[in-house]
Ligand binder design. Structure first.
Ligand code: ADP
Ligand code: MG
Length: 223
């Protein structure tokens, strides 16, 4: 009988895609593409999660390419580096379209700091997935003012899988979804984030936005 119990546990779990990477690789299974988005605030573990998924694909002997926008040169030009110093080799690209050429023949494409690409990234990801590539996109879902960031909202709409990861609020220890900018600058893009940004929960982010100097003074007083 074809009921719920005739399916194996792994068939029921969408996370199987992340746990057990598969690409067909020209064997008996035709290669299928899809889009995964890993989003969240700064320090939420987006790059760690991207590296984890890509390393597993490499273990499965899949052909993997990692890209990041050429403007993100914080640590190393050709590495994707997480805040706990995990890293993976990557190719910086000035525009999203370059990935269509560079990713030819790849089973899996990883993209970090996706929020810094323009809206053309959405079409590029869709094209890659349509031609059979697993696309894993990591990026900030919100900017330092809590607004949806660049192509991320649309990418989340077209993705098969969206994972929102969370940091820890540095003010109160709750789950953090916001990147609070400590440095005084109105530029949307401000690199070197370890000093310039803090992961905060909603109330602590709001408090900071409304009365930054008061909150900052109170926190300095505590330490
Ligand atoms: P993201 O790419 O989302 O900015 P990373 O993957 O580079 O994040 O880094 C995640 C790591 O950052 C964590 O494993 C932890 O070691 C470190 N970290 C530093 N500050 C925080 C914080 N406030 N909350 C959670 N992790 C933090
Ligand atoms: Mg990151």
């Amino acid at each position: 009988m074809h009921n719920l119990f005739s399916y194996s546990a792994t068939q029921l779990l969408p996370t199987k895609l992340f746990i057990e990477p598969r690409g067909g690789n020209g064997r008996d299974v035709p290669r299928r593409g899809w889009i995964e988005v890993v989003c969240g605030s700064m320090f939420s573990g987006k790059t760690e999660e991207l590296i984890r998924r890509l390393n597993r694909a490499k273990i499965a002997r899949q052909r993997v390419e990692i890209f990041k926008p050429a403007l993100d040169t914080r640590y190393h030009l050709e590495d994707v580096v997480s805040h706990n110093a995990n890293s993976i080799r990557s190719t910086p690209v000035p525009v999203a379209q370059e990935m269509l050429l560079l990713a030819g023949g790849c089973d899996v494409v990883g993209i970090d700091e996706a929020q810094f690409f323009d809206e053309s990234l959405i079409d590029v990801c869709v094209q890659l997935a349509n031609r059979g590539t697993r696309v894993i996109v990591a990026g900030l879902d919100m900017d330092f003012q809590g607004r949806p960031f660049g192509p991320m909202p649309a990418l989340m709409a077209v993705a098969e899988f969206v994972t929102k990861v969370h940091a820890v609020c540095v003010c109160c220890g709750e789950i953090a979804s916001y990147s609070f900018r400590v440095a005084a600058s109105e530029d949307k893009i401000l690199l070197g984030e370890t000093d310039a940004y803090e992961a905060r929960c909603r109330p602590c982010f709001l408090a900071g936005m409304q009365g930054k100097s008061v909150v900052e003074a109170a926190r300095r007083h505590e330490h």
